[in-house]
Design a protein around this ligand. Structure first.
Ligand SMILES: *[C@@H]1O[C@H](CO)[C@@H](O)[C@H](O)[C@H]1NC(C)=O
Ligand SMILES: *[C@@H]1O[C@H](CO)[C@@H](O)[C@H](O)[C@H]1NC(C)=O
Ligand SMILES: *[C@@H]1O[C@H](CO)[C@@H](O)[C@H](O)[C@H]1NC(C)=O
Ligand SMILES: *[C@@H]1O[C@H](CO)[C@@H](O)[C@H](O)[C@H]1NC(C)=O
Ligand SMILES: *[C@@H]1O[C@H](CO)[C@@H](O)[C@H](O)[C@H]1NC(C)=O
Length: 425
C-alpha cells in the first residue's frame, strides 16, 4: 500500500529515434491523477485487517499533478486565495498558446477512485492507451481507472482571454470527495481564475457512458496486432466479496489471495511449491451474480501454472458485494499486455458470448475496467518467464485478496539474487 502513502510517479517512454507516431502535436505535458487521505497508510491497513472491517472510505482530496485542496470551498468560486491561505491557490495544468495542439499523457494512480477527467470547453482526442496507439476517439471527458494511462490531444482553440477548469471527478462510488481542480491558462493574457463555477462532472452512478468509452477504444488501424485465433486455456474468474474467518475479503472463484511467506518465485524455482492450483471456473449456469456470495471462500496462496508460450483467455465476472452494490475493479496484469476482447453486461455465458469477442482490432492494454454487474474478456500470450500478479488496482482490494498469480516458464528464469532467497537457502 505504498502508493497510498504517496510513492508514485510517471515514467515517459519515448519512441526510438527515427520512428514516428500516428499523430502530431506541438508540445506535451503529463497529468498524474491521484486520491489522498489524511489517515496514514498504517491506520488504513489496520482497519482493513480488523473485525469488523474499517474501510478506508472516501479520500479527502483528489490530486492533479500532486496538488490538491482541502477546505477551500470559498476558493472554488475563484476568490479567497491570499497570503493567509496560499494552500488554496489553484495549480496551473499548463499554459497554452492559441492554436497549438498539446499531447497530455494522463495516468491515474488513485488508490480507490475511478475518475472522470475534463478540461472545460476543450474536447480531447484519445490516441494512445497503456502504450498502444488507438483508433482516435474524440471525447468531452475521459474516464480513467487506477493503473491506466492514456494520451489525449487537446487543441488550444478557445477564447484566449479566459482560463478554463481542468477537473477530476469520482465516478463509480458515491461522490463524497470534492473534485480535483487545476486551471488551463492561455499565454500572454493575465487571465485570473475561471469565471464560472467548476464543472460538476457526470453522474457518479451512470455506468452506460463508461461502458461506451471502454468499448470505443480499439487498436489504431495501422498498429493492429491481431490476436491468436483461439486460446489454449480459458479461465472464468468470478469476483466476489466474502466473509472468511470473520474477515471481509475479496475472492476469485472463492479463493482470496494471500502472499506466501516464501515468495512464489523462490519456492517454485527451488521446486518446493506445493503445486496447489486455484479453480479455473465457477458454476456459471446457476450462480446468481445479483445476490451476495453464495460460495464460502478460503484464503490461499495458489498460482495458475501456464504453459510457456500458451494463449490464455481470462474472463472477469463482476457480482454484487456484501452491501448489495457492484463496484468497478480495474484489473492490472504484470509482465504482459493483453488484448481486450470484449466488455459485457450481466453474466458471461461461455457458450454464447465468446462469439462477441473482437478478434479483428482489439486494443492491447495492461489495465482494464471490470464494470459494475458486467464482465470483461482479455487474451494474452504467456511468453514472459516468471511469476506475475494479476490484480485489482484498488489498493485496499489487493490487501483484501483480490488478485491471482500466474506462473510460466519458471525453469527459464536464471539464478535468483541471493538477497531474495530467504535464510533457509
Ligand atoms: C475549514 O476552514 C474553516 C475556516 O476557514 C475552519 O473554521 C474549519 O475548522 C476548517 N475545517 C476543517 C475540517 O479543517
Ligand atoms: C484570505 O482568505 C480567507 C479565506 O478565503 C478569508 O477568510 C480572509 O478574509 C482573506 N484574507 C484577506 C486579507 O483577504
Ligand atoms: C489576449 O486576449 C485578447 C482578448 O481579450 C485577444 O484578442 C488576444 O489575442 C489574446 N492574446 C493572446 C496572445 O492570446
Ligand atoms: C444515482 O444516484 C442518485 C443519488 O445520488 C439517484 O437519485 C439516482 O436515481 C441514481 N441513478 C441511477 C441510474 O442509479
Ligand atoms: C458457508 O458456511 C456457513 C457456515 O460458516 C454454512 O452455514 C453454509 O452452509 C456454507 N455455505 C456453502 C454454500 O457452503
Amino acid at each position: 500500500m505504498q502508493r497510498v502513502a504517496g510513492l508514485d510517479g510517471m515514467i515517459v517512454v519515448s519512441v526510438p529515434a527515427g520512428v514516428s507516431e500516428p499523430f502530431r502535436y506541438d508540445e506535451e505535458h503529463t497529468v498524474l491523477l491521484m486520491d489522498w487521505w489524511h489517515k496514514s497508510v498504517y491506520e488504513q491497513a489496520v482497519g482493513l485487517a480488523s473485525d469488523p472491517l474499517v474501510f478506508v472510505n472516501e479520500p479527502q482530496s483528489l490530486l492533479i499533478n500532486g496538488r490538491g485542496r482541502f477546505n477551500c470551498s470559498s476558493v472554488a468560486a475563484g476568490a479567497g486565495c491570499n497570503a493567509s491561505s496560499p494552500e488554496c491557490s489553484l495549480p496551473t495544468l499548463f499554459t497554452a498558446v492559441p492554436g497549438k495542439t498539446y499531447r497530455l499523457r494522463i495516468g491515474s494512480l488513485t488508490s480507490l477512485s475511478s475518475l472522470n477527467f475534463e478540461i472545460q470547453g476543450h474536447s480531447m482526442t484519445v490516441v494512445e492507451a497503456d502504450g498502444h496507439y488507438v483508433n482516435p476517439v474524440r471525447v468531452d471527458s475521459l474516464f480513467v481507472y487506477s493503473g491506466e494511462t492514456y494520451s489525449v490531444l487537446v487543441t488550444a482553440d478557445q477564447d484566449p482571454s479566459m482560463s478554463y477548469w481542468a477537473a477530476s471527478h469520482v465516478v463509480g462510488r458515491e461522490r463524497k470527495t470534492p473534485s480535483g481542480l487545476a486551471v488551463l491558462r492561455y499565454a500572454h493574457n493575465h487571465s485570473g481564475p475561471p469565471r464560472t463555477l467548476p464543472p460538476a462532472g457526470p453522474a457518479w452512478n451512470d455506468t452506460a457512458p463508461r461502458m461506451q468509452q471502454s468499448r470505443s477504444i480499439v487498436a489504431h488501424p495501422a498498429h493492429v496486432e491481431v490476436p491468436p485465433a483461439r486460446p489454449d486455456r480459458e479461465l472464468l474468474l468470478l469476483n466476489t466479496q466474502n466473509r472468511i474467518n470473520n474477515r471481509v475479503k475479496w475472492a476469485i472463484n472463492g479463493v482470496s489471495l494471500t502472499f506466501p511467506p516464501t515468495p512464489f518465485l523462490v519456492s517454485m524455482k527451488r521446486g518446493m511449491y506445493n503445486n496447489q492450483q486455484p479453480p479455473e471456473t465457477y458454476d456459471y449456469r446457476s450462480y446468481d451474480i445479483a445476490s451476495p456470495p453464495a460460495i464460502n471462500g478460503t484464503v490461499a496462496s495458489a498460482a495458475y501454472r501456464l504453459g510457456l508460450g500458451s494463449v490464455v483467455d481470462v474472463v472477469l465476472q463482476n457480482t454484487v458485494a456484501l452491501n448489495g452494490k457492484s463496484e468497478t475493479h480495474p484489473w492490472h496484469l504484470h509482465g504482459h499486455d493483453f488484448w481486450v476482447l470484449a466488455y459485457g453486461d450481466g453474466k458471461f455465458d461461455p457458450d454464447k458470448d465468446a462469439a462477441k469477442f473482437n478478434l479483428r482490432d482489439p486494443v492491447m492494454k495492461n489495465t482494464v475496467a471490470l464494470h459494475p454487474m458486467g464482465w470483461t474478456a482479455v487474451r494474452f500470450r504467456a511468453d514472459n518467464p516468471g511469476v506475475w500478479l494479476f490484480h485489482c488496482h484498488i489498493e485496499a482490494h489487493v490487501y483484501m485478496g483480490m488478485g491471482v498469480v500466474f506462473e510460466e516458464g519458471i525453469d527459464k528464469v536464471g539464478r535468483l539474487p541471493k538477497a531474495i532467497m530467504g535464510c533457509r537457502f
